[in-house]
Design a protein around this ligand. Structure first.
Ligand code: NAD
Length: 406
């Protein structure tokens, strides 16, 4: 049931959808009131602020994008008022594409770990959206307010632009804290913490239930989050508490997400996490058990690929990404050094773009990667393949080719 108050007749909407199945209609003004369960409505693309109370306390803000053929029976109760609409067409048009495209139209993705437009999660969301997938996001509760406010105020509009010129739509943002599996696990000090006030149903189990209630199923699950409170301490000086916190937030969180979302991932679906080469090579400075957490994540990728593949026909892969100046990476403190090191030493002497990781994730999530599972895929300009740092003075006598143009 979708009692929205918008400013358009259902007939007009239906006609528009029928004459152009790929047409997206963008509504740009705030709706007066809305209470929507959009689980079965998949029709025309809206982007609007919607005062709805759904499974999660959503603080009145959501971005909704619906792009499958219209079901007029579901639209019957909608009244559209006071809304300016703008037609957009582009990547989601249902026209055949030549070549070998990544086509995720009709797929729905849940991406855990987006709180701004700088990190890998955002880049992955954009690539999945560019390929036609519907985007749901899980945002860490303490970062939720600022993320939603920024989104609503258009702060991310420039970085929402997709290759076809349209803007990435986020259908819904869910509050999430991936270190808690269910409400019983949440300690009192977190429950009463003011950074968590105003949000509810943010443990992994609850978020999966909410997504199920709102949308039924998903096809793609992305884990793009990590946290190690003692990351700046050498491993040998890391406390038990700090080590376990790193593993809990950065590796077990993936097991938890998979465990709770797997029942609603459609067969043929795909999951992707983000890892780092510190799991297998020494990277001084990446401490606090974070290297251990990434090693666990990669090992779990293989075991979970077997379990999820056999039981649910779902693929599990991880991308080992090169250094990116994300918010999390900047907090570690030496990301600029790592970026420069990569520029000097990687086989490809060029900047690594988050988009390159995003595009790899879109490929891995697509049917084009239907036989790839249990894999750690490097997207790092090849740095992982190096055995030595060629910028060392020890190699000054060697004539090592350098791409000075980049
Ligand atoms: P980011 O800051 O964009 O993403 C990290 C996200 O994790 C943030 O949105 C943060 O709010 C979220 N988060 C932290 N704790 C959480 C929790 N308990 N529950 C839910 N969300 C939580 O930074 P990023 O560098 O893009 O990180 C994304 C992934 O990429 C991480 O797994 C990271 O280890 C990995 N990675 C990053 C780099 C790099 O250089 N930036 C390199 C390789 C791998």
């Amino acid at each position: 049931m979708i009692p929205l108050l918008l400013f358009w007749s259902t007939d007009l909407l239906e006609m528009a959808a029928n004459t152009n199945p790929g047409l997206q209609i963008r509504a740009t003004e705030q709706c007066i009131s809305a209470s929507c369960n959009i689980s079965n409505l998949s029709s025309i693309s809206f982007s609007f602020e919607c005062k709805r109370k759904s499974c999660t306390d959503f603080r009145g803000s959501s971005y909704i994008s619906l792009s499958k053929p219209i079901d007029s029976s579901k639209l019957a109760p909608i009244k559209f008022e006071k809304m300016v609409t703008k037609a957009m067409s582009g990547a989601r048009e249902q026209v055949p594409v030549s070549g070998l495209p990544i086509d995720l139209r009709g797929k729905r993705a849940f991406i855990a770990g987006i709180a701004d437009d700088n990190g890998y999660g955002w880049a992955i969301a954009k690539s999945l959206a560019a390929a036609g997938a519907e985007i749901l996001v899980g945002t860490w509760v303490p970062a939720l307010n600022i993320f939603e406010t920024s989104l609503r105020r258009g702060k991310f509009d420039d970085s929402r632009v997709l290759p076809d010129g349209s803007l990435m739509e986020i259908t819904k943002v869910y509050p999430l804290d991936a270190v808690f599996d269910s409400p019983e696990d949440v300690p009192e000090d977190v429950k009463t913490n003011k950074r968590y006030a105003g949000s509810s149903k943010w443990t992994v189990k609850e978020v999966a239930e909410c997504v199920k209630q709102d949308f039924g199923t998903i096809d793609i699950l992305v884990h793009s989050l990590a946290n190690g409170p003692e990351v700046s301490k050498p491993l040998s000086e890391t406390s038990r508490k700090g080590y376990l916190a790193a593993v809990s937030a950065s590796s077990y969180s993936f097991i938890s997400l998979l465990r709770h979302f797997l029942p609603i991932i459609n067969p043929g679906g795909a999951t992707i996490s983000l890892t780092y080469v510190a799991s297998e090579r020494i990277i001084p400075g990446y401490g606090g058990g974070m290297s251990s957490a990434k090693a666990a994540l990669e090992s779990d990728t293989r075991v979970l690929a077997f379990e999820a593949g056999r039981k649910h026909k779902v693929r599990v892969n991880t991308i080992s990404a090169g250094p990116l100046g994300s918010r999390a990476a900047k907090a570690i403190g030496f990301i600029d050094m790592m970026i420069n090191y990569s520029l000097e030493n990687a086989p490809l002497q060029k900047e690594l773009y988050a988009e390159e990781v995003g595009n790899t994730a879109a490929f891995l999530a697509s049917p084009l990667a239907s036989a790839i599972t249990g894999a750690t895929v490097y997207v790092d300009n090849g740095l992982n393949a190096m055995g030595v740092g060629v910028d060392s003075p020890a190699f000054s006598g060697l004539n090592i080719p350098t791409d000075n143009k980049s």
